[in-house]
Design a protein around this ligand. Structure first.
Ligand SMILES: Nc1ncnc2c1ncn2[C@@H]1O[C@H](COP(=O)(O)OP(=O)(O)OP(=O)(O)O)[C@@H](O)[C@H]1O
Ligand SMILES: [Mg+2]
Length: 247
């Protein structure tokens, strides 16, 4: 297990957002976090890359281990490198495609242009974006379409070779065609990276994830192999949620 979440609770200004959540994330699989709005999905992702512990007014308890080591004991830069986060709304930096792609690698000390260009090309290819942008690398990233911007953000996250890629509703601002491209991309990426995706699209979770974790009101209600969880949920709350009773 690359990530182990043990008894994690989060309070925002004294109000619980997660309560005693425990689950494990296997390497090179896609784990989907599902559940109705406000159940704590984004909070859980921010726990996984340590971001939550830096927020004001937040009380975190529990343990999260990356490859057996508590994430709090990693230097923050290293943790951020190893666990990348891609947000719901594509958020490229307001400069060129090239500079977006070069930013993190340069920050981590890569100075050699030949090496940098090689990484940029490789990751853009991996994200299926290279052919679309190779002749306009100096164009502002903000001029790309929404789907292209989201693929750029994923490619950018990969430039520092993370172990784990966290994605918070990466398709919710995209049309069906762009979402399908991202889904295909994630299925390819899982051969090399571990992926945790938050999605409110249950069909999407079922199509692409290996395991699913169902959160409800800040509690983990049920988790397991995706197909088993969808076909034969054990808990009433899971049945209701999957059946569209709420959420
Ligand atoms: N920074 C914050 N400060 C205070 N409360 C917060 C903060 N972030 C989230 N919350 C609260 O914590 C709970 C869980 O929020 P979270 O964003 O994790 O839910 P979510 O499952 O991602 O919802 P959605 O599907 O709508 O994105 C909600 O009640 C929310 O209002
Ligand atoms: Mg959210």
């Amino acid at each position: 297990m690359i990530l182990t979440v043990k008894d994690v609770s989060v309070l925002y200004d004294g109000k619980p957002a997660l309560e005693h959540v425990s689950f494990e994330v296997p390497e090179r699989q896609i784990t989907a976090i599902i559940g109705p709005s406000g159940c704590g999905k984004s909070t859980m992702l921010r726990c996984l890359n340590g971001l939550i512990r830096e927020e004001n007014g937040v009380r975190f308890s529990g343990e999260i281990c990356l490859e057996g080591r508590e994430i709090g004991s990693y230097p923050p830069d290293e943790l951020r490198r190893r666990v990348g986060l891609v947000f719901q709304t594509p958020a490229p930096f307001p400069f060129s495609i090239y500079k977006n792609m070069a930013y993190a690698a340069r920050y981590f000390g890569l100075r050699e242009k030949g090496k940098l260009d090689k990484i940029i090309r490789e990751k853009l290819e991996l994200a299926g974006l290279y052919e679309e942008v190779k002749d306009e690398m100096n164009k502002s990233a903000l001029k790309l379409s929404g789907g292209q911007q989201q693929r750029l953000c994923i490619a950018r996250a990969l430039t520092v070779e993370p172990d784990v890629l966290l994605l918070d509703e990466p398709c919710s601002a995209l049309d069906v065609k762009s979402s399908a491209i991202i889904e295909k991309l994630l299925l390819e990426l899982k051969q090399r990276y571990t992926i945790v995706i938050v999605t409110h699209n249950l069909a999407q979770a079922r199509r692409i994830s290996d395991r699913a974790v169902f959160l409800y009101n800040g509690r983990l209600v049920e988790q397991g192999v995706t197909e088993a969880l969808f076909q034969d949920p054990q808990e009433e709350e899971t049945k209701d949620f999957l059946g569209g009773v709420f959420g």
